[in-house]
Design a protein around this ligand. Structure first.
Ligand code: ZN
Length: 126
């Protein structure tokens, strides 16, 4: 088994995560009883030519934290909504685009329900 395969079987650190500015980077961490658990380091205070500047590093770190802290709730909400909104793919149309028999015909290209279902499927959650 590769190291990556072994890692996929381990759950990520529980959320919520937060950012904190350090002397040499922006740190993503989780508050624990004993202080902070270091999860990841973003950027550097002395970026090279192929690294983001400190403002973009902060924006990236905040984006990562926001996405990770919201992930489980978003997946849960989509899991609750999408199956009901898809109908059964036969005689009940998709609530997003109205296409009946969407399993044979496909959804309209801009169907939000189909996009949500694709996100869940790519996350292995549908
Ligand atoms: Zn649809």
């Amino acid at each position: 088994m590769t190291q990556k395969a072994a890692q996929t079987e381990v759950a990520h650190t529980a959320t919520p995560w937060q950012t904190r500015g350090m002397s040499d980077c922006v740190r993503i961490e989780r508050r624990i009883d004993a202080g902070y658990l270091n999860i990841a380091r973003c950027g550097t205070t002395k970026p090279g030519p192929h690294e983001t500047d400190i403002q973009e590093t902060w924006a990236n770190a905040e984006f990562i934290v926001t996405a990770c802290n919201s992930h489980d709730a978003l997946v849960s909400a989509l899991r609750g909504l999408v199956p009901n909104l898809l109908g059964n793919g036969n005689d009940i149309g998709c609530w997003g685009c109205g296409v009946v028999f969407w399993k044979k015909l496909g959804h309209d290209p801009d169907c939000s329900v189909a996009k949500a279902a694709a996100v869940l499927e790519s996350a292995g959650a549908l």
